[in-house]
Design a protein around this ligand. Structure first.
Ligand code: DAH
Length: 341
């Protein structure tokens, strides 16, 4: 039975050594030592043929048992060690704590979202609340209630995407003016940021999908000077400096009078440059005093109340602040563009 005690000793040695090992690398080495082609157990198994046939089954069985037991403890030890990351390195290897780490890439908000939040904060500080409305809108809110009846030529000012059911994708955020007046009584101070859609061919300054911030303030005795004061305060916060503004007449059916509000060119400071086409002024946003018909549609009495409204292009504002010359970049998903913010 000399061979049986050899097997026992072999198992004991293997177990002790495997349990005492501290690195994954040496577990690999022990696997070769104890179960490899030149290991004692393999030699014994190979030599079974030379063993008297009455002893052969018993020894063969024991040898196989030992072999699979060693395999098990090797696997177990390997698992134990890989749970501890420090041991995945070889015995002699050390962690170099001075080596620069691997940086985790983190995303960030889109520049338009950031601008939207900033504008929301600025208007909140002036007592405005944030209103929203649906992107798929009814003709009534997008046109009719805004003093644009069917067949009115002003419908051609905005190319519209219609749904098969006869609704539309809102062409502007002005619809929220009516929805707000339906919900709240004056005094009203709201802004409505949101996505709008036009049936439009795209180029550097036109997109089929873009962002506006609608503004509406209704109270007793609201005049153009209130409008200018609110716009100047907002622009000072957005551009972080005093911005000169001027009003030119502009036509929009839902305001009377209607204006185009220009700001002095922030690139050249008003002396003339390619951005402002040498005029010193840049068109920023359309606005005006809310048309009496629009107040009536919102069940507000125009003899008692007046108000101003504006529709600011959010994309435009971001483009001006960062000097971006192509609106299509916003939806391009191009990381080379987005990572700059
Ligand atoms: N809704 C207009 C557009 O998208 C912009 C606009 C003009 C909004 C004048 C207003 C306004 O509130 O008073 O073209």
């Amino acid at each position: 039975m000399e061979i049986m005690s050899r097997l026992d000793k072999f198992l004991k040695d293997a177990e002790t050594e495997i349990n005492n090992t501290v690195s994954l690398k040496s577990v690999q080495e022990l696997r070769i030592k104890y179960l490899g082609r030149k290991s004692e157990i393999v030699t014994i198994l190979k030599g079974l043929g030379g063993i008297p046939s009455d002893l052969r089954p018993k020894i063969g069985m024991r040898a196989n048992e030992v072999k699979s037991y060693i395999d098990k403890i090797l696997i177990r030890r390997e698992k134990e060690l890989s749970n501890n990351i420090f041991n995945t390195l070889g015995d002699k290897e050390k962690i170099d704590i001075t080596e620069p780490g691997i940086k985790n890439e983190t995303g960030h908000l889109h520049p338009i979202s950031r601008m939207r939040m900033e504008v929301e904060d600025i208007f909140s500080s002036m007592g405005f609340t944030i209103a929203t409305g649906p992107e798929v809108e009814l003709d009534y809110y997008n046109f009719e209630a805004l003093n644009i009846p069917p067949d009115h030529p002003a419908r051609d000012m905005q190319d519209t995407i219609w749904t098969v059911e006869g609704s539309l994708l809102r062409t502007h955020t002005s619809c929220v003016q009516i929805r707000t007046m339906e919900k709240f009584k004056p005094p009203i101070r709201v802004i409505a940021p949101g996505r709008v859609f036009r049936y439009e061919e795209t180029d550097a300054s036109h997109e089929h999908t873009f962002y506006q911030v609608e503004g509406l303030m209704i109270d007793k005795n609201i005049s153009v000077s209130n409008l200018i004061a609110v716009m100047k305060t907002m622009l000072k916060s957005v551009f972080r400096r005093t911005v000169k503004v001027r009003l030119r007449p502009g036509y929009f059916p839902f305001v009377e009078p209607g204006f185009e509000l220009d700001i002095n060119c922030l690139i050249c400071g008003g002396t003339g440059c390619p951005v402002c086409k040498q005029s010193g002024w840049v068109e920023l946003l359309p606005c005006g005093l809310v048309h009496p018909n629009v107040l009536k549609a919102g069940k507000v009495d125009p003899r008692e109340y007046s108000g101003f409204a504006f529709g600011m292009g959010l994309d435009r504002l971001v483009m001006m602040r960062y000097g971006i010359d192509d609106i299509r970049l916003f939806h391009s998903g191009d990381l080379r563009f987005l990572e700059q913010f």
